[in-house]
Design a binder for this molecule. Sequence first.
Ligand SMILES: [Ca+2]
Ligand SMILES: [Ca+2]
Length: 210
Amino acid sequence: MSEIRATSSDRLRRFPLAAIAFVCVALVLGFLPSGAAVNPREIFSDVTDPAGITWKQFSGESPDRFMIEAAGGGVAFLDYDGDGLLDIFLVNGGETPKGKSPGPVKNALYRNLGNGKFEDVAAKAGVDRLPFYGMGVAVGDYDNDGHADLYITGTPRAALYHNNGDGTFTDLTEKAGDAVSQQWRRHIYRRQSLLGSGQVHWTCPGRRGH
Ligand SMILES: [Ca+2]
Ligand SMILES: [Ca+2]
């Protein structure tokens, strides 16, 4: 009997250590709730539809499989109208010889209305259409007038849009000098799809390589 009591006592003494060990392992494995553990699904919510954002990218996907088709469009958050609310500018791609769009390929400039809603004002702002295949955008106030300007990159060139401060932009690429577009024009793009040998043929103006 005394032997039995001694055994039970030993088990009781060992229990706290076993319990602590179990809790530690469970926390490591994520079995138990922890203050540091946060469900990722609780961090972001998809509000695209409620915000009124309906823009879709058109890549010009085609059997030619040009590299630009997989590059995706660019996006920038900027306060283009200086109202203290970040707006969204989305750069569309464009058509390729065998990848035609059923409608005009357009960028979007979503003005933040401040109530969770956005309004596409790209056409009104003069930045909805591009004369080239759009690929990216950078934002900066290049002339220090207090209004964020747009530098839109693409193929085979780029464009500089000056923010007029009245909700509109002006394409100043030519006025800014050909160097503006030449800088990005030198980027490499794939002219042909994979050749029969598996070799990729890359080209850029004035330069060729494999
Ligand atoms: Ca704004
Ligand atoms: Ca500016």
